[in-house]
Each structure stands twice: as structure tokens, then as C-alpha cells.
Design a protein around this ligand. Structure first.
Ligand code: GLU
Length: 327
């Protein structure tokens, strides 16, 4: 029996802790094109779960910058939609609900380790991921009495118990990926200060917002195994993934503020036309032979996931001048 395919839905999910730069614009554009070229529904989700790092004025500026680029969305914090709210800080009840489901199924345990304990334990170079060294499992097998006693002195974080299994998935750009689930270690789903982890929030949100296609930066490729484990544990269907390469500065480091002039705000200030930015991104994506100015809409029929590069894009001075210069 063949199942009806799910209607195509994708999202861009910025964190309002900094201004959007051309690397974010690249991810936003490609994700938008992927969905628009499939006549799907595009969603904007504000990932402000980290209250300490998030800034409301940046959330507003991100929306303005994206609209300036010519991108739009069918559901989002400013336009609403059937699966809202679209701002993570307003969704805590959903995350807590998922946590209680995981807890009931025995996936969670309380962890009392401090950052210092973990640093001291982190000797082995293996098991490193974007979240640091793998957790050595110190609190994994505490008895409930021990945990209760410790809880009188310290607020615990909650960790997800990772089993021994091989995770295989096909990334739309990076190709087939195989991970040893246990290598990353048991991971935090709620911190001791009750902040929900990115991994849990993103899985709950992508599920509840019926996301079928996740296209995002390659820095998150190694988060997929943890997300797949959460989907499975929660009995949810996972989306397809495509991780686009990151922009690097000429020094080989990830493109950042210090490389200068790469924020959308700076480009707007220097009166660069949004069509120029879009055409330039399309050229870097291999979807245009020359960086000629185009509107985002005009690019929709040009999108091809299989044409996108898979290697990091090293930004040379010449490339940047093609964006900023007058040609
Ligand atoms: N909020 C994340 C970021 O800004 C993106 C999360 C995602 O796309 O899964 O890096």
C-alpha cells in the first residue's frame, strides 16, 4: 500500500543572537527556493530558546532583512499560522510535554555533573561533536535514592540515554552518512537552569509544524544523529535533511563579523541592491553562470538541489568584491 506523500513544508529557523550575514542569507535563500520550487509551504521559526543570547530587536531585524532580500513565508511569528506559536520561547509547554513522554519511556536520567566535572573528564579526543566531548556517563546509573539525595543539593540537568546503534541516513547534499550513536554520548535535553536544548526543541517543532524538508548549514550535520534518536524515541517521523556548505573566510575560518562587510545590515547600508545579493548567492550555488542581479522569485525555476556544491565555500577578496563592487 503506498502512502500519500506528505505535503512539502520547509523552514528557516534563525537564532536572534546576531545579525544575519551572507552565510545565513545563503541558507535562507536555498531553503526558501527548495520549498518554493516544490510549491510547498515555507515557515519562519524564531529560535530564541536561549534567553541569554537572544535579543528581541535582532529578531525583528532578521525578519526585515529577509523581507528585504525578497523572501517570504506562509507561517511565522509575524503572520501566524495553524501550528504556532512560531517563536520558541512561547513553546515551552510543548517541550515539557515531550520531556515527560521521554521520561515515561525511560529515556531520560538526571545528571548532576558540573561543567568543571565534565571538563576534567574530557580526556579522550574521540566522540567530539559540535556539543563538545562525549559525556562519560557518570550519572547514568545512579540509583533513584542517590539521585534524590543529590537533588536536594543541586538542580539536575536531564540527559537522553543513547543506545548502541548505527544510524544511517542520506543527506540531500552530503550523501549517505553513518554515525555510531553512542560516540556522541548521552546528551542534555534540558539544562539545570531549565533551558530546553536545541536538539529537543528543533525536533518537537519540526514535528509539530509538519516539516518534511530541512535544509540548513553543514555545521548542524552532526546534530542529525541526536535528532534521529529523539524522533524515534518520541515515535515521530523524521524529515529529509540537506546540509549546505558553510562560507569560510580567506583564513579558512567560518565567515564571521571580523571578516567585515558581510552582514545584511552593512550591505543594506552601503545601498547594495537585494537582487545583487541574490544573484551573487545563486552564482556561488552553481545555479547561475555569472552573478547577475535577480529577484528571489526569478530564481525559483533555477533551483536544483543536486547542483549545489558540497564543499565549504572559501570567500576570497575577489568574490566579495563581486558582491560589493560596482560592476
Ligand atoms: N537555529 C539554528 C541556527 O540558527 C538553526 C537550527 C536548524 O535549522 O535546525 O543555527
Amino acid at each position: 500500500m503506498s502512502q500519500n506523500p506528505r505535503p512539502v513544508r520547509g523552514r528557516f529557523a534563525p537564532t536572534p543572537s546576531g545579525e544575519l550575514h551572507i552565510g545565513n542569507a545563503w541558507t535562507a535563500l536555498l531553503s526558501w527556493l527548495q520549498i518554493r520550487s516544490a510549491n510547498g509551504t515555507f515557515i519562519l521559526r524564531m529560535e530564541d530558546i536561549d534567553a541569554q543570547r537572544s535579543r528581541p530587536h535582532l529578531a525583528k531585524q532578521i525578519l526585515d532583512d529577509l523581507y528585504w532580500l525578497g523572501l517570504d513565508w506562509d507561517e511565522g511569528p509575524d503572520v501566524g499560522g495553524p501550528f504556532g506559536p512560531y517563536t520558541q520561547s512561547e513553546r515551552t509547554e510543548y517541550y515539557e510535554h515531550a520531556l515527560s513522554q521521554l521520561d515515561e519511556k525511560g529515556y531520560l536520567y538526571r545528571c548532576f555533573c558540573s561543567r568543571a566535572d565534565l571538563l576534567a573528564a574530557a580526556r579522550a579526543p574521540h566522540g567530539l561533536s559540535s556539543e563538545g566531548p562525549a559525556y562519560p556517563g557518570t550519572c547514568r546509573n545512579l540509583s533513584s535514592e542517590e539521585a534524590a539525595r543529590k537533588a536536594l543539593e543541586k538542580e539536575p540537568s536531564l540527559r537522553f540515554r543513547v543506545g548502541r546503534e548505527r544510524l544511517v541516513f542520506r543527506d540531500g547534499i552530503a550523501g549517505t552518512q553513518t554515525f555510531d550513536a553512542a560516540a556522541g554520548g548521552d546528551f542534555i535535553v534540558r539544562r539545570a537552569d531549565r533551558m530546553i536544548s536545541y536538539q529537543l526543541a528543533v525536533v518537537v517543532d519540526d514535528h509539530m509544524m509538519h516539516i518534511t524538508d530541512v535544509l540548513r548549514g553543514a555545521d548542524l550535520l552532526d546534530s542529525v544523529p541526536r535528532q534521529l534518536l529523539l524522533y524515534k524515541a518520541l515515535g515521530m517521523e523524521s524529515p529529509s535533511f540537506a546540509h549546505v556548505p558553510l562560507f569560510m573566510g580567506p583564513d579558512g575560518k567560518r565567515l564571521a563579523k571580523r571578516h567585515g562587510g558581510t552582514s545584511l545590515a552593512a550591505l543594506r547600508e552601503s545601498r547594495t541592491a537585494p537582487e545583487r545579493v541574490i544573484g551573487w548567492l545563486m552564482w556561488l550555488a552553481g545555479l547561475l553562470p555569472e552573478p547577475e542581479p535577480l529577484s528571489a522569485r526569478e530564481c525559483v525555476p533555477l533551483f536544483r538541489l543536486d547542483k549545489l556544491p558540497s564543499e565549504p565555500i572559501v570567500m576570497t577578496a575577489d568574490m566579495l568584491s563581486r558582491l560589493q563592487g560596482a560592476s
